[in-house]
Design a binder for this molecule. Structure first.
Ligand code: MG
Length: 385
């Protein structure tokens, strides 16, 4: 029986005033309940030798074995038009001398899944056996080659970044069998002629890591040293015609989220980016506070929570007023009325203590001191036996 699907709408209540507060390079607290929940993706299934697996739910499918999906591709020529590559047995096969094939889609940073099989009928050697290529953005080749008992120059091996970096190991299956290739590609990012991030290629071949975050040195080429330089924002995926009828199946990709240098707020940020994000989170929490009953404990604590991210004179003034009033109210209680307030008062005291620890309020914050005195007098801080 299938398990109930994950609910994309599920929210996390969590605890405010919990882990270490945001700092100059992290807009979120540790274990921050306000940090967005990861998006739900239904995972796919693994391929077998005979049958391609199912892509994850958010994958964009480039080829699924059907003629129809071949229409997502075109001949890699100036005058775009249909490619001569053919669909056979659920695979698209290179027709030698017909030229490269490219996707009509263009994309930048991706997780890419490709399966390829070299011809079962072994012909040629070295670079002449089962050669094709996975050209990321059309300009960086992750080599496709039948290196099963077929030596060649190491930097031109199957799953090499062609001419740049050999795979760490040769994890190929025999010709005729499908190789499952998973690639994580991050393109180079430049600001003018200054490199901000060289970009990286990570490759798994049949589940075995073969390129480990290999820095990109530029476009790849034959006999030529790669030259570092900017890549476009997007480009097509190209598959190479190197004169061999190599087959491909089950091709899909997932676009990757931006990196910190492109504005992501997950990671180690600049002081400027952190400040901006903290201000944004604080504004969201203050807007949320405005929906709560004015003067309620929840309202007071939500305002306090917003101050952990960013200062705000009006929110601060309102919070301090409510905190003073709250502490005075608790202080005036005694007997059963005080005991009835115990759990909430301890929660508020802990919040005030967190604010002091995080330097949002001074250690001498009067409402905190007042609640500490009440707690001590009532014996609330004694460890339970
Ligand atoms: Mg090649």
């Amino acid at each position: 029986m299938l398990a109930a699907p994950l609910s994309p709408a599920a929210t996390f209540v969590g605890n405010a005033f919990y882990g270490d507060a945001p700092d100059d390079h992290h807009p979120w607290a540790i274990h921050d309940r306000n940090r967005p929940q990861p998006r739900v993706v239904v995972p796919g299934t693994a391929s077998t030798a005979d049958k391609p697996g199912k892509p994850p739910s958010d994958a964009i499918i480039l080829f699924d074995g059907t003629e129809a999906s071949l229409s997502k591709w075109e001949a890699d020529k100036k005058e775009a038009g249909p490619s001569a590559w053919v669909v056979k047995d659920g695979a698209m096969e290179c027709v030698p001398k017909s030229g490269y094939i490219r996707t009509k889609d263009q994309f930048g940073d991706i997780q890419l899944h490709v399966e390829w099989a070299a011809p079962k009928n072994v012909q040629g050697d070295s670079q002449g056996r089962g050669n094709s290529g996975i050209f990321l953005m059309g300009i960086l080749e992750v080599q496709v080659l039948d290196n099963y008992n077929n030596p060649t120059y190491a930097d031109g091996f199957a799953t090499s970044v062609y001419g740049v970096n050999p795979p760490m190991v040769n994890a190929l299956r025999a010709p005729g069998e499908y190789q499952m290739i998973d690639i994580i590609f991050r393109r180079p990012i430049y600001k003018g002629d200054k490199v901000i991030d060289p970009g990286y290629v990570t490759v798994f071949c049949n589940g075995v890591l073969v390129q480990d975050h290999t820095p990109i040195e530029g476009k790849t080429g034959h006999m030529k040293r790669s030259v570092p330089g900017p890549f476009p924002q997007k480009g097509p995926l190209k598959l190479q015609d190197h004169g061999n009828p190599v087959r491909f199946r089950n091709i899909w990709y997932r676009e990757l989220p931006p990196r910190v240098v492109e504005g992501s707020t997950d990671g180690y940020l600049t002081a400027e980016a952190t400040k901006a994000k903290r201000a944004e989170i604080a504004a969201t929490l203050r807007a949320d506070a405005a929906k709560l009953t004015p003067g309620s404990t929840d309202h007071m604590l939500r305002l306090a929570e917003s101050l952990v991210y960013a200062p705000d004179a009006a929110a601060r003034k309102e919070f301090e007023k409510q905190a003073a009033s709250y502490a005075a109210g608790v202080k005036a209680l005694s007997g059963t009325a005080l005991e009835a307030k115990k759990d909430e008062a301890i929660r508020v005291l802990k919040a005030f203590q967190y604010l002091a620890k995080s330097k949002v309020v001074p250690a001498s914050f009067a409402p905190k001191t007042a609640l500490e005195q009440v707690s001590k007098a009532a014996g609330w801080d004694e460890k339970k036996k």
